[in-house]
Write a protein that binds this ligand. Structure first.
Ligand SMILES: [Zn+2]
Length: 98
């Protein structure tokens, strides 16, 4: 193994998970999500939407939050009599709903 490869390996980002035994960070090489293979580095996270066990009615999904935010922006544009902006936002809303 070349010296450059070892330098890269040593400089890899480190896992910040709290170790119960030492009270210090784990410090194993981290995966893209900032955790090592043992502390959830391989995990893609909890399933989203109806696949998640905590799902009840969709009121807290990303899609619903985007919808509420877009609706508020449209209402604000209409209140300001900016109908051109409102039409643009409605077109954006249609892409959220698809
Ligand atoms: Zn770790």
């Amino acid at each position: 193994m070349s010296n450059k490869t070892m330098t890269q390996a040593r400089n890899a980002p480190r896992c910040g998970a709290h170790a119960r035994t030492t009270g210090k960070p784990c410090l194993c090489p981290a995966m893209p999500n900032g955790r090592c293979r043992i502390h959830g580095g391989k995990s893609t996270g909890a399933p989203t939407g109806k696949a998640n066990g905590n799902y009840k009615n969709g009121k807290h999904t990303k899609r619903h939050k985007q919808f509420v935010q877009a609706t508020k922006a449209i209402k604000a544009a209409i209140r300001q009599n900016n109908h051109a902006k409102a039409h643009g936002l409605i077109d954006g809303l249609e892409t959220i709903l698809d």
